[in-house]
Each structure stands twice: as structure tokens, then as C-alpha cells.
Write a protein that binds this ligand. Structure first.
Ligand code: 5GP
Ligand code: ZN
Length: 110
């Protein structure tokens, strides 16, 4: 399958990997939108958060990965975002949590 994040999971495309476990991989976003911008992906290909939700084991793995990244980086405040659909800004159709921190991330933006 021609999927960028599957290729990163497989090690076929390099990425700055922070951490991983059997079900998830965390790596730095190549174009960070905040001082901390990490992507957490399920190792299994699932296109978006809707598909991720249909696989409870993968969904739990991604949330465990988010927590592990936050602990590893010592984050006390961060925002977790799942964009779903191109009109909402999804550009890679392999589910991923954005973990954003290091600037004002209150919602809704002021
Ligand atoms: P989306 O727009 O689908 O919610 O998020 C995709 C994210 O993947 C974007 O923030 C984008 O900067 C990031 N991205 C795109 N290509 C690559 C890549 O080759 N490597 C890494 N590490 N991140 C990428
Ligand atoms: Zn994939």
C-alpha cells in the first residue's frame, strides 16, 4: 500500500522517532506547528480516527502512545488533535494523533 506513515512504521522512510511500542510509533512532525509537535500513529494501517475507533486495541495503543510521549517530554499541557477528512486538514490518510505543546494552545483560539 502506498501510505507514507506505513512506510515510516516499516522504516522505509526515515523519521525522528521518539518512542514506540508494539502497537504505536511516535515521531516528530516534519513541519512543526508548535515548539513540540509529535505524531503518534497506530502501527496497523487505519485511515482515520473513525477506522481507529473500530479497532479498540489500536485506539488504546495510540492513546497510550500519547501519554508515553507526554511523560517522556515532561509535558504538563498539550493538545491532541485528530484531523479527519481533507476539508478538516487531513493530508495523510493513516490515522495519527498530533501532540502539540510549547505555546498557547487554549481552545477555541482567541
Ligand atoms: P494531517 O494534515 O493529515 O492532519 O497531518 C499530517 C502531518 O504529517 C502534517 O502535520 C505534516 O507536516 C506531517 N508530515 C507530512 N509528511 C511527513 C513526513 O514525511 N515525515 C514526517 N515526520 N511528518 C510528515
Ligand atoms: Zn498506512
Amino acid at each position: 500500500m502506498d501510505c507514507l506513515f506505513c512506510k515510516i512504521v516499516a522504516g522505509e522512510i526515515p523519521a525522528a522517532v521518539l518512542a514506540q511500542d508494539t502497537g504505536w510509533l511516535a515521531f516528530e512532525d516534519i513541519d512543526p506547528k508548535a515548539p513540540v509537535h509529535v505524531l503518534v500513529v497506530p502501527k496497523r494501517h487505519l485511515a482515520d480516527v473513525g477506522e481507529l475507533g473500530s479497532d479498540p486495541q489500536a485506539a488504546a495503543a495510540v492513546l497510550a502512545g500519547v501519554g508515553a510521549v507526554a511523560r517522556q517530554l515532561g509535558l504538563t499541557a498539550y493538545r491532541t488533535v485528530f484531523n479527519t477528512g481533507a476539508e478538516a486538514g487531513q493530508s495523510v490518510f493513516h490515522a495519527h494523533a498530533h501532540v502539540l505543546s510549547g505555546r498557547n494552545l487554549t481552545w477555541p483560539p482567541g
